[in-house]
Design a protein around this ligand. Structure first.
Ligand code: FES
Length: 257
């Protein structure tokens, strides 16, 4: 159920160029699952509707804390990056349908592929898959080394490979180049990132089950602006879906790419 809560900042730090990690505490955490997102009211004093959808990177139900990783790239997220320990933030959530953790057979392997700011939700997913005894392989793509994050965290959970567009870290090029080289053995893939990446992955693994998160398409995040509407394939009854309310995660083959 989506609820609104004023949550308290317990940690905020800059972890890469323009990339911030923000941890807050509150009761909403009890209802969160990997792949869902929250809608954060970034400022109390300006536009009343200045909210931003931000994905959930890490959930700790014991301490009632969750972590978001976001890029400060506009007025709203810049204001958010100034929040300090003890400040409170109005958060609406958790929103959307997340990744199905039980889609991988017991003892199986999952391939997790993320691009840029699509990487954070894969971290909580990797944690929960590992907790089920599932092996995870991580392939993470970024523009450049200065915007990479969470290398240590992902490496603790499974094999982790980096790709950068400019070759400053890991393999140069696209995640699909690296996957061609690696030829990984796995049962199910999960991905979150830019549309061309999701499309390439679907084409690269036609015989494997997969789940794609289209969060890049979101704007308002609450079903009001229609910016996130995507056409569906002929396999689906509905003509279109809204990423924010029907997704952001869909099984592969639902959204026309
Ligand atoms: Fe506005 Fe979905 S993001 S309707």
């Amino acid at each position: 159920m989506i609820r609104q809560e004023r949550m308290t900042v317990v940690q905020q730090s800059k972890i890469a160029h323009n990339i911030f990690e923000l941890t807050v505490q509150g009761e909403l955490v009890q209802e969160m699952t990997p792949g869902q997102f929250v809608h954060v009211r970034v400022a109390d004093m300006f536009e009343p509707l200045l909210r931003r959808p931000i994905s959930i990177a890490n959930i700790n139900k014991e301490t009632n804390e969750f972590t978001m990783i976001y890029r400060a790239e506009g007025r709203g997220t810049e204001i958010l990056s100034l929040k300090q320990v003890g400040d409170t933030i109005d958060i609406l959530g958790p929103i959307g349908n997340g990744f199905p953790v039980d889609a991988v057979p017991e003892g199986g392997t999952a391939l997790l592929v993320g691009g840029g700011i699509g990487v954070p939700p894969l971290y909580e997913l990797a944690k929960q898959l590992n907790a089920r005894g599932i092996r995870t392989i991580h392939v993470l793509g970024f523009q450049s080394e200065n915007v990479c994050f969470y290398e240590e965290q992902f490496s603790h959970l499974g094999d982790t490979h980096y790709v950068t567009a400019d070759g400053t870290k890991g393999t140069k090029g696209f995640v699909t180049n690296l996957l061609d080289e690696l030829q990984p053995e796995f049962d199910v893939f999960y991905s979150c990132g830019p549309l061309p990446m999701l499309k390439a992955l679907e084409a690269q693994f036609p015989d494997k089950p997969g789940y794609l998160s289209f969060e890049e398409r979101m704007a308002c995040g609450i079903g009001a602006c229609f910016a996130c509407v995507c056409n569906t394939t002929e396999n689906v009854e509905k003509d279109y879906v809204k990423v924010c309310s029907d997704g952001p995660v869909f099984p592969k083959g639902v959204v026309a790419l």
